[in-house]
Design a protein around this ligand. Structure first.
Ligand SMILES: Cc1cc2nc3c(=O)[nH]c(=O)nc-3n(C[C@H](O)[C@H](O)[C@H](O)COP(=O)(O)O)c2cc1C
Length: 506
């Protein structure tokens, strides 16, 4: 018989070692799950012994519990569903006051934000997002790992590639269409997977699906989406719209298999397995923010992992034991083409080819994992050379994608010139989504298209096939200390202009 708990009893289980939470009138014992929560421990601790439904719904899809929580964590019903669990009133009042203050700030910022027509480049969205998003959301999105060296380098590396424009070419018509994994797209860019999109917009990934569909490009659906897979698939603007799935391999392989097969049956056309996140990287800004993502990848998590105190019996979102031997199993359970996302050296690119992958994404997770991993664009030429040495033709047999720091149409051009099939964007789509919703994402994609078309025209390359490696000068690409002019646009957008927290009152 199902157990029924009183509110009073639930509120007693409110510590790290004994932690119950109510979601939709159901009681869960999350004590063992706590160290594995991808959003960090604090947000769960904050709601221990209480009803967390409202906060849960802000960030998660309704089916995420069934997908990721082992059934034994469900322990029973609340005696009266959706009851509010008594809590410490003074803590709650303080939290409410802070939230109201932040809501007022955001409302004011939204009333005074510039019209969308004043977004002249991708950085403009970022500078508006800083003001109109919750501080915790902006910190989560904009965070890199460590000293943000890799995150900044991802974009800066593009500044070390200069053009060799071709003139006297008929560029009266520009055709940006191309193919990705055999499907036609309107230009060589896709929206990469970013978890918890509801932090940017209440409809999260559904909005990205609609905008991508209208602009004729592909959306990569994250494992940790805020909307359910069904919802994101249903948001397609036409039945054949293309979507890929980004996959974190769970320690519970059955869970992983179910997700892959559900995606495949829903018509998802590519499986992008993330390979650069054995554990969460130490995220600077979001780790400093005393909010829900406080301990994402913080020291505690790293130490627990090292000491092996993180539960071994529990499924963890990412299986740190994943290795090349698992490739055979991945291939046995899906017909979707498999692409490895997060390759960071040519040797691994060659291994991915040898293991029968359809392609790779050169990516360092937008600089959120290992600081000082190289920018994807820097390693692209050596990856292409190595693949060719192996007898692989990257223009036909194997697709090489690049993401990280793509902020201009000219960045897309440079990546294509150096052998990429296409590029992915993460943060720009999140910022556009957070500021102006669907209209914003479409506007952003149009900015990229306009800039790429302009670049192709001025470079004398009327089609994607005309973009060749002799059109770029990469002599400085490996040299990290060339005298580049300072990128003030990116710099002022990236750095906080306001002091933080209580410092602003001093
Ligand atoms: C807020 C945020 C969340 C992300 N979540 C995921 C994720 O769940 N899975 C994944 O494979 N990559 C994730 N990424 C990495 C992106 O897919 C992509 O590699 C990266 O954002 C590209 O760099 P860019 O943000 O400079 O465009 C995330 C990136 C950001 C900024």
């Amino acid at each position: 018989m199902e157990r029924v708990f009183s509110l009073q009893e639930i509120s007693q289980h409110n510590t790290k070692d004994d932690l119950w939470i109510v979601l939709h009138g159901k009681v869960y014992d999350l004590t063992k799950f706590l160290p594995n929560h991808p959003g960090g421990q604090n947000v769960i601790l904050k709601h221990s012994g209480k009803d967390a439904t409202l906060t849960f719904e802000l960030y998660h899809s309704t089916d995420i519990i069934d997908r990721f929580l082992p059934p034994e964590m469900y322990i029973g019903q609340v005696e009266q569903a959706y009851g509010i669990i008594p809590s410490n009133k003074s803590d709650e009042n303080q939290e409410q006051q802070q939230e109201t203050q932040e809501e007022k700030r955001i409302q004011l910022a939204r009333e005074t934000m510039p019209p969308i027509e004043e977004m002249f480049n991708t950085f403009d969205f970022q500078s508006v997002a800083r003001h109109v998003l919750k501080e915790s959301a902006f910190a989560y999105f904009s965070s890199g790992s460590g000293d943000d060296m890799t995150m900044r380098e991802n974009h800066n590396a593009y500044h070390r590639i200069w053009f060799r424009p071709r003139v006297m070419v008929n560029v009266s018509h520009i055709d940006m269409t191309t193919e990705m994994l055999g499907a036609q797209v309107s230009f060589p860019l896709y929206i990469s997977a970013t978890s918890f999109c509801k932090m940017a917009h209440p409809e999260g990934e559904k909005v990205l699906a609609r905008a991508a569909g209208k602009q004729g490009i592909i959306q990569m659906i994250p494992t940790l989406a805020s909307c359910s897979l069904n919802e994101i698939v249903d948001a397609r603007v036409y039945p054949t719209q293309l979507q890929w799935l980004q996959l974190y391999i769970n320690t519970d392989r059955q869970m992983t298999q179910r997700m892959i097969q559900q995606a495949e049956s829903e018509g998802v056309k590519g499986l992008f397995i993330t390979v650069d996140r054995a554990i969460v990287g130490p995220r600077g800004k979001s780790a400093n923010d005393k909010d829900m993502f406080e301990d994402q990848g913080g020291m505690e998590k790293v130490l627990n992992h090292e000491r092996g105190t993180g539960s071994k019996t529990l499924p963890s979102f990412v299986d740190p034991s994943m290795n090349w031997k698992d490739m055979a199993w991945f291939k046995s359970i899906t017909k979707m083409p498999i692409v490895l996302k997060g390759i960071q050296r040519w040797e691994d690119a060659v291994l991915a080819w040898r293991h029968g992958c359809a392609g790779i994404v050169l990516s360092n997770h937008g600089g959120r994992q290992l600081d000082f991993s190289p920018s994807p664009i820097e390693i692209l030429p050596e990856v292409i050379d190595a693949l060719k040495r192996e007898g692989c033709d990257p223009s036909k047999d194997f697709e090489v994608y690049v993401d990280g720091g793509i902020r201009r149409g000219s960045d897309i051009f440079k990546a294509i010139a150096l052998g990429a099939k296409g590029v992915g964007i993460g943060r720009p789509a999140l910022y556009a989504l957070g500021c102006y919703g669907e209209k914003g994402v479409e506007y952003l994609l149009n900015l990229f298209k306009t800039e790429l078309a302009m670049c192709m025209r001025l470079m004398g390359a009327p089609t994607i096939k005309d973009i060749q490696s002799d059109m770029v000068d990469t002599r400085n690409l490996k040299n990290h200390y060339v005298a580049n002019p300072i990128d003030y646009l990116a710099k002022t957008t990236y750095e906080r202009l306001q002091p933080r927290g209580n410092l602003s009152k001093l």
